[in-house]
Write a protein that binds this ligand. Structure first.
Ligand code: SF4
Length: 348
């Protein structure tokens, strides 16, 4: 099952990028022999940019008080409904809704929101809230984690994105996101969701000064939980975008394309118990995305109708459905539109 820790470290140290890519491509072709690459049409909605966590890699948040707090917002429900109506009109099948941590947004706010969405848009899949948001909702609502997730699901939450994982190694987390949840807390949220029958994704934000060993620690945490529950639908690595962040201000450069392709390929090799690995155009641009399809990626993510978090860090790649389909074909695959759970919707 998968490669060993030592093999992963050897691949990270290797100069043979093409060789690593070919190994990953072989695993991808074994898991996806049908020669297709999938994408989804959905929209990111960031319901608030207020946040109490002050992560040093984040250019998106605004504090509740003091400097720049006047730039903070909480979207009202009508605005969110309008955005979802637009998404549906453009062929979108879901929304990925995430925000900062706001102590006044307790579970009843999210229950009213999710119920309101499902009443108006019963076909829209709600893939919302990262582990740290769910933990904060539980804390501020004085509920257990299990009760919080169960109530959110009851109100309409369909699945949970892997955001907030960054690097699942507490030494790194302490350095870049001191106030944010620890590795075991992130795992608890995903384990509990899986136990309640919900699917989730796992992400990784790399390039924040972590060692290769710490990257492998991250893979191992995800692989072990997947062995236990089988609840992850996909793994999505992306690189830290340093502009306008505290960490970027300390001179951190963005990971190179070579590093990105290596992480993508090694994640495909290490996590062969997770069916889908997503290549990122949002952080890497379309040319690297195309290469990524030969380095283990079998999915190109979303034709994102709105994206604010990476844009806040000055990265503004954009695309259309037609362009993504052309890139997938140029790379030698058939494009398919999928839903949030990676089920094929249209094959043509
Ligand atoms: S990454 Fe998330 S939790 Fe951290 S400061 Fe930004 S919005 Fe807040």
């Amino acid at each position: 099952m998968g490669i060993t820790r030592e093999q992963a470290l050897e691949y990270f140290r290797s100069d043979d990028l093409i060789g690593v890519g070919m190994e990953a491509d072989a695993v991808r072709r074994r898991l996806h022999p049908e020669n297709v690459v999938s994408y989804i049409i959905d929209r990111n909605i960031n319901y608030t940019n207020f946040c109490t966590e002050y992560c040093t890699f984040c250019a998106f948040y605004r504090p509740l008080k003091g400097a720049r707090s006047e730039e903070g917002y909480i979207l009202d429900f009508e605005t969110i409904y309008e955005k979802i109506a637009e998404t549906e009109a453009l062929g979108g099948t879901g929304v990925l809704m995430q925000g900062g941590i706001h102590p006044e947004l307790k579970i009843d706010w999210f229950e009213r929101l999710f119920r309101g969405i499902k009443e108006r848009f019963p076909r829209i899949w709600l893939h919302c809230l990262s582990a740290s948001e769910i933990l904060a909702i539980a804390e501020y609502s004085e509920l257990s984690l299990r009760e919080t997730i169960a109530r959110l699901r009851e109100a309409g939450l369909d699945s949970i994105p892997g955001g907030g994982a960054e690097i699942l190694d507490d030494e790194v987390r302490h350095r870049i996101a001191r106030l944010k949840c620890r590795t075991e807390d992130w795992v608890s949220v995903h384990r509990t969701a899986h136990e309640l029958g919900m699917r989730t994704t796992a992400t990784m934000m790399f390039g924040v000064g972590e060692t290769m060993e710490q990257r492998v620690n991250h893979f191992e945490v995800v692989r072990q939980l997947q062995e236990e529950t089988g609840g992850f639908t996909a793994f999505i690595p992306w690189s830290f975008q340093p502009n306008y962040t505290a960490l970027g201000g300390r001179g951190w450069d963005e990971a190179t394309s070579v590093e990105y392709l290596k992480v993508l390929a090694i994640s495909r090799l290490y996590l062969d118990n997770i069916l889908n690995v997503q290549a990122s155009w949002v952080t890497q641009g379309l040319k690297v995305l195309e290469l990524g399809l030969h380095f283990g990626g079998n999915d190109v993510g979303s034709v994102m109708l709105e994206e604010n978090v990476v844009k806040a860090a000055g990265t503004s790649n954009c695309t259309t459905e037609e362009e993504l389909r052309r890139i997938i074909r140029d790379a030698g695959f058939r494009p398919v539109q999928r839903d949030t759970l990676y089920t094929t919707l249209f094959l043509n």
